[in-house]
Design a protein around this ligand. Sequence first.
Ligand code: NAI
Length: 329
Amino acid sequence: MKIIFFDSKSYDKESFTKELVNYPDIEVKFLKTELTPFTAELAHGYDAVCAFVSADISNDTIEVLNMCGVKLILLRCAGFNNVEMETAKRFGIRVFRVPGYSPEAVAEHAMALALAVNRHLHKAYVKVRENDFSLGGLMGMNFHGKTAGIIGTGKIGAAMARICHGFGMNIIAYDVFENPSIKDFVTYVTLDELLAQSDLISLHCPLMDNTYHLINRETIQKMKDGVILVNTSRGALVKTDDLIEGIRAHKFFGVGLDVYEEETPNVFEDRSDEILEHSVTARLLSFPNVMITSHQGFFTHEALSAIAQTTLENVRVFEKNGESPNEVK
Ligand code: NAI
């Protein structure tokens, strides 16, 4: 089995190389270039491509992959909205993903963002480095006794609920399905009730047609004044223009974003020498109560190692022509 990795970073290489000692029959090539219709022909002579969430696995790409003889697309991520599944099916190319590599990694990052904007850690860090030991602008609130509203209580939302429970928060949640594993300390409510009652709102539902711009002018108006909003799920869950309007109207105590609508050209790139002209991101970054990180929720040793393990297990399933819940149908 020969696999070509696209958009591979040093940490991908490290985590996969460690796991590959258990798979001596698998030969890999790591490429820095992203998988697009223009780079897909680099897969010539390989059985499989391994790509990340930002790859362009559209019709054109899949057609080239098919001509190259590729039979397997390995996504080393959970999301698969970047793959044109009908085309992959038409060519008999199987697609596997890594659905739940480390829910705690993302949930812990969501809480880190919530804590950072609550206690103004981004400002405090800079102040103290400048020998400014005053407390002006650093007032926060206790999370203990406050209400956390979790939207989407799957693997990551449930992990976030457990963390909030540990902080002594009251936890309410909104989901289309209730998760029995957290029922002892979570109360399910309607979305409107969640918006009206929560001091901290954390988004953990997937991006789908019915969750696109779930957070918009209307839903923001239903939130408590002084709410903290955290999004570690997908950028387009939040309508950024409406969020900016809400921030300017002092609706939010703080906003923590690991994902945002305009992130695609930025994610995992060093653009520090560039000027982000006319950018919504630049507008968001101008607010003192907003903290943005660049899609790093998943980025822990444990998560990367789980991604490598599951991806290589997916190869085994493919080789045996077996069935797996990790296959995207
Ligand atoms: P999951 O599939 O275990 O849970 C998603 C939950 O959302 C389910 O309980 C589902 O019923 C619920 N849901 C679906 N439609 C909904 C709606 N209309 N309203 C409310 N809830 C709804 O997914 P998991 O593993 O917890 O991941 C959640 C999201 O986290 C992913 O979709 C992905 O976008 C994001 N993610 C972010 C990462 C990062 O690095 N920042 C890494 C991995 C995932």
